[in-house]
Design a protein around this ligand. Sequence first.
Ligand code: DAH
Length: 350
Amino acid sequence: MSSESPAWQVDIDAAATAALAAVTEATDLAALREVEVAALGRKGSVTALMKRVGTLAKTERRAYGAAAGSLRQQVTAAIETQRDQIRAAAIAAELDDDTFDETLPGLNPARGHVHPLSRVRLELEEVFTSMGFSVLDYPEVESEFDNFEALNIPGWHPARDMQDTFWLKSGHLLRTHTSAGQVRAMHQFKPPFRAIFPGKVYRYESTDASHDHTFHQLEGLMIGRHVSVGHLLDSMRTLLSAIFKRDVQVRLRPGYFPFVEPGFELDISCQVCGGDGCSVCKQSGWVELLPCGLVHPNVLRAGGLDPDEWQGWAFGLGLSRLVMMRYGVSDIRLLLGGDARFVEGFHAGA
Ligand code: DAH
């Protein structure tokens, strides 16, 4: 070392020598990790040197910082190299071992698969996002306001009785439908906007093959300046054709829901017989798929929108039902029953 070297250079050099020697001496991963902590850890020797910069005179700080930084880099690189070497040596030792037979078949880990509910949901999300819809996620524990009142269903309304509800002690509830997100979305986004919100919903039901206390829906909402029933019908036809990957005929029948006016039940041409009539469509050629309608002015108001300026359509797709129709599942309780054999059944690219 030249005589002009600053005083601290001795400490840096000593730390480098000690740390690099310790690295070379560490011959297994655990020992190397200890060396790493002792040098680079929060209380490590190199870390302590890095911290010392604050105690030096201003004129020395730049040179000291560079030296300490390069020490740190050097030690880090040495540890990485040593770690690679230890790993390579372990593999070489295993290969050298006469009892190791590399022709034996490897372990075959069990493969998981996507649940049919998730699969259909993901497919729908793809179709909708390609058409400019956002995918939103809203809470399952809701306020009474968002689940009912904002949707034009005050406490006295008989429609409340149609949705038996799990109440929490706090006065909140488990949402009975994904429609609870409608007013939340109106507050969240500046119109015009279009969005879907899929998710779990809950009803206080006695369960049977077609009722469960927990099931899945997918809500759609479009807010714009000029939204009509024709527009709703056309959008639905396009969407459903994309979903079923063929031309789907749709028809509307009147249906009552307090949060839409007019409200409809949307039927699609039977995908089993193509509309000729079969047992699935009870010989009618049509299958009931989803309720929908034009958003009620009171709901727009609850969402902070002026009904003279903004209109909207909404639909509530029974995701669980769609999955059952698509895969021929005859009991809704199988969907969330937690029996792995059920999901296994969809393994073969179903
Ligand atoms: N939320 C309703 C239910 O679960 C379904 C529904 C009907 C949703 C009409 C809508 C709609 O968006 O427009 O029974």
